[in-house]
Design a binder for this molecule. Structure first.
Ligand SMILES: C[S@@+](CC[C@H](N)C(=O)[O-])C[C@H]1O[C@@H](n2cnc3c(N)ncnc32)[C@H](O)[C@@H]1O
Length: 221
């Protein structure tokens, strides 16, 4: 199945036209869902998606053959409602309204896509530590995140943020993009992979995969 086909299928899950267009566009052009599906291929531990929005990752994973239970958390009740309605076609996909800084269910792989920038440093630390704790031996935490590193992409991202805030009459708080070091700080002892996930955008997005060591005598399967 192509990404375009999955995009069309996911768009059809939503009732509102605006969400249908958003889902189609986002899934088709953002490489993140495919990249995460690749990391979770052949994994069977349950997954918690922190800051899940309208549930696109969960549905993309189901359409790509991922069968483990998935729970999505978001503090926005409207998004959780839209995700729950859309989830009717799928088994073992649940959405719960919850703050991203709350402790996470144990023994779950964790995904965190484009979420950390909404929190101050202490909030980011709390979220990352909870993720590191939740993941079982041999499990993974997958993070897609815009990164502050002084590059032109970073400067562009922050300029776009400032412009958006201006358009919205400054009511949004300033986004707090973390550094590479900050994202990695809670994962001491994990195996780490990080790579740019720019796609065709000017944003300074990276994909991080943190693998917790398997317990002695255990394998990933
Ligand atoms: C840019 S969206 C990313 C959505 C989703 N992860 C994806 O990539 O499709 C950020 C999400 O973080 C959620 N969010 C922001 N602050 C939050 C908080 N304090 N607790 C839980 N979710 C939060 C927003 O409601 C929004 O759905």
């Amino acid at each position: 199945v192509t990404r375009k086909e999955i995009a069309a299928r996911l768009a059809s899950l939503y009732q509102h036209r605006g969400l249908q267009s958003y889902a189609r566009w986002k899934v088709r052009f953002d490489p993140v869902y495919e990249a995460v599906a690749e990391q979770l291929r052949d994994r069977h531990e349950p997954l918690v998606d922190v800051g899940c929005g309208i549930g696109l990752l969960a549905f993309y994973l189901r359409e790509s053959g991922f069968t483990a239970p998935i729970v999505g958390l978001d503090f926005d009740a409207r998004k959780i409602d839209a995700a729950r309605v859309a989830a009717k076609r799928y088994r073992d996909v649940d959405f719960i309204q919850s703050d991203a800084r709350a402790p996470l269910p144990e023994q779950h792989n964790v995904t965190l896509l484009d979420v950390l920038q909404y929190f101050d440093d202490a909030g980011q630390q709390q979220i990352l530590e909870h993720a590191a704790r939740a993941v079982p031996p041999g499990g993974v935490v997958v993070i897609r995140q815009g990164i502050r590193d002084g590059s032109w992409r970073d400067r562009f991202t922050r300029m776009a943020d400032a412009f958006t805030r201006l358009l919205r009459w400054m009511q949004m708080e300033q986004l707090n993009f973390p550094s590479h070091a900050k994202v990695s700080s809670a994962f001491a002892g994990f195996e780490k992979e990080a790579r740019p996930l720019w796609g065709r955008t000017p944003y300074n997005n990276y994909l991080f995969v943190f693998r917790k060591a398997a317990s002695p005598g255990m394998t990933n399967e």
